[in-house]
Design a protein around this ligand. Structure first.
Ligand code: 5GP
Ligand code: MG
Length: 179
């Protein structure tokens, strides 16, 4: 893996494709065990989760469904602060076992909004699976049930994650170069 430049920023190799694949293997085994008889509905959060969603689902040999949503944030009234809306959730999720698929959980602000929006529709259960988690940055109470890889508080790209649109297609994970 060589260094890459995306727009004006330089990135260096951090985790190889095989290491990422190995971490998803382990996560998938846990999900398959926990959801064997539940026909879960996976809800991938676009755009970044497309890679993780695909890699996870091809490893699952249990009955399951997948759909994708986008999160649109806008500023509401002063008292409500930033409001987030889930776009594209057409499935009925009441009574379903839902597993949210994220590319990365950083501060957790996004996942908090997603969980609020999903719980309004009364699924039987909602869990979260994320390809990456930054434990030093995550300050919320909601458990991130399945994490493939924990990383330090650095900006990364690759495996679905972008810098201003570029880098999602890079195999493996790259981090902002120090020099
Ligand atoms: P949150 O802080 O709400 O948990 O994360 C919000 C979003 O910030 C993530 O879904 C992702 O789009 C973006 N993000 C956070 N950390 C990184 C990172 O290291 N690299 C990239 N490419 N995006 C990130
Ligand atoms: Mg995201």
């Amino acid at each position: 893996m060589a260094n890459v430049t995306l727009h004006d920023m330089h990135f260096e190799p951090y985790l190889g494709e095989a290491e990422v694949a190995h971490a998803i293997d382990a996560l998938a085994a846990n999900v398959a065990k926990d959801y064997a008889n539940k026909t879960p509905l996976f809800v991938g959060v676009l755009n970044g989760s497309y890679f993780f969603a695909s890699e996870l689902l091809k490893r699952l040999d249990i009955p399951c469904e997948i759909t994708f949503v986008k999160v649109a944030s806008y500023h509401g009234t002063v008292s409500s602060g930033t409001v987030s809306q889930l776009i594209g959730l057409n499935e009925r999720i009441a009574g379903r076992h839902v597993v949210v698929l994220e590319d990365i959980v950083d501060t957790g602000n996004t996942i908090v909004h997603i969980m609020e929006a999903l719980r309004e529709q009364q699924p039987a259960t909602v869990a979260i699976a994320s390809l990456l988690l930054k434990p030093e940055a995550y300050k919320k109470d909601i458990p991130i049930d399945y994490v493939a890889l924990e990383i330090p508080n650095v900006f990364v790209v690759g495996s679905g994650l972008d810098h201003d649109g570029l880098g999602r297609n890079l195999p493996g994970i790259y981090r902002l170069a120090t020099a």
